[in-house]
Write a protein that binds this ligand. Structure first.
Ligand SMILES: [Zn+2]
Length: 398
């Protein structure tokens, strides 16, 4: 295929992936491409078994979707203490395969990944860390320093590997299929045990000069946050993560200060404090729990307010375990943030709960791995069949 023809082929393929059910005339309208050209590429995609016609009763206007069997990718979300492994087909349908504690030694993750690698074309890893996506290397994992400097090639996987930060991965899921799909200027926040964000400007994710953009957790939020593992003082991560919120409540219970619903639910045993009980106490109107949640919301809003004033985004989506456990925290962040930013910057600002608050990072990691096949997989004249699987032997970047 000549270069420009391959580009068109890729573009049509990507559009079918992004909009399952799309019809030929919609592709033609969306890409400003002549119907005859669209048909040429669609016919080729069908011939190669990359795309399928999903109904057959409307002649040239049948709806199209990816062949789910074209490629399969794993998405791996390496969090500060939990790692999730998910499998995604070419239609973007995914299922969670396994959830394991994140090992302190990254090499100990290899057996679980190898267990699920059969029949898989690509593996995407998302880590709540600063990473080098070109060298497939973890630069700085503030919550798990045993990973610093780790190169993914040491895992010994045979699939094509890709690496990105958890914030970027979760944002990719929201931008592709979730709560930000119609917003060009937007911010996604992923808060669990760590906090990362991803900024989209004019539809494109900002990676930064050194792939380190989005470290919202290490933005100054409040002096009361104290010293952070990164070496600074006042970082958001020291106030607004799941363990920080639970830790404050545990401390207060141990000091005998809690008297409301949470104390009753936990029978005054701090070891029984967990997200479900905290959320139940909050829903029941426990004022001390409410105050701690508002502190969390306020810290997130403080860190975000600078971004909103500087970038004037259309939308912010909030995801990660913190928002999966406490979905109503979204409203608390919204209320606090709208009071902190300039009125014109807030006028058109939508603040929403993410569509994938829990599995967004793993889903986004799989999408990132899949994106490389959409971009690179040749559409030459030969019959499709699966490409040679040994081209990324040893997991080295290709
Ligand atoms: Zn910090």
């Amino acid at each position: 295929m000549r270069h420009f023809a391959f580009e068109n082929f890729q573009t049509v393929r990507r559009l079918v992936f992004q909009k399952p059910g799309i019809r030929r005339f919609e592709i033609s309208q969306g890409l400003h491409m002549a119907p005859a050209s669209v048909s040429k590429y669609v016919d080729l995609l069908i011939k190669k078994e990359i795309v399928l016609e999903t109904d057959t009763d409307r002649s040239r206007n049948v709806s199209l979707a990816m062949n789910p069997a074209w490629k399969t990718c794993l998405g791996v979300d390496v969090g500060a203490w939990k790692t999730r492994i998910l499998r995604m087909d070419a239609r973007g349908a995914f299922s969670l395969l396994e959830e394991i504690p994140t090992p302190e030694d990254p090499l100990l993750l290899a057996p679980a990944l190898k267990r699920h690698e059969r029949g898989v074309d690509g593996v995407g890893l998302a880590i709540t860390a600063v990473i080098d996506p070109q060298k497939l290397r973890v630069e700085l994992f503030a919550n798990n320093r045993g990973w610093d400097g780790f190169a993914l090639s040491a895992l010994g996987l045979r699939s094509r590997l890709s690496l990105l930060s958890s914030g970027h991965a979760a944002a990719t899921a929201e931008k592709s299929f979730g709560s930000l799909r119609d917003d060009r200027d937007a911010i996604h926040v992923n808060a669990g045990n760590g906090i990362q964000a991803c900024v989209f400007i004019d539809g494109k994710a900002v990676a930064g000069a050194n792939h380190a953009a989005g470290e919202l957790g290490h933005v100054f939020a409040s002096l009361e946050a104290g010293a952070c593992s990164c070496g600074n003082v006042g970082c958001l991560e020291n106030l607004a993560t799941v363990p920080m919120l639970l830790g404050r409540l545990k401390k207060r219970m141990q000091a005998g200060e809690l008297r409301g619903t949470l104390a009753r639910l936990c029978e005054n045993d701090a070891a029984k404090i967990d997200p479900a009980r905290v959320n139940e106490a909050w829903e029941a109107g426990d004022p001390q729990v409410h105050a701690e949640i508002l502190r969390t919301a306020d810290a997130i809003a403080s860190a975000l307010s600078g971004l909103v004033n500087v970038l004037n985004p259309q939308a912010i989506s909030l995801g990660g375990n913190l928002f999966a456990y406490f979905p109503r925290l979204t409203e608390a962040v919204r209320d606090s943030l709208l009071g902190k930013v300039l009125e014109p910057n807030a006028r058109k600002l939508a603040i929403r709960l993410a569509a994938y608050p829990e599995l967004g990072a793993a889903f986004g990691a799989a999408l990132h791995a899949f994106e490389r096949f959409l971009r690179d997989e040749p559409g030459g004249e030969d019959p499709p069949r699966r490409p040679a699987k040994n081209r990324s032997k040893g997991g080295s970047p290709s």
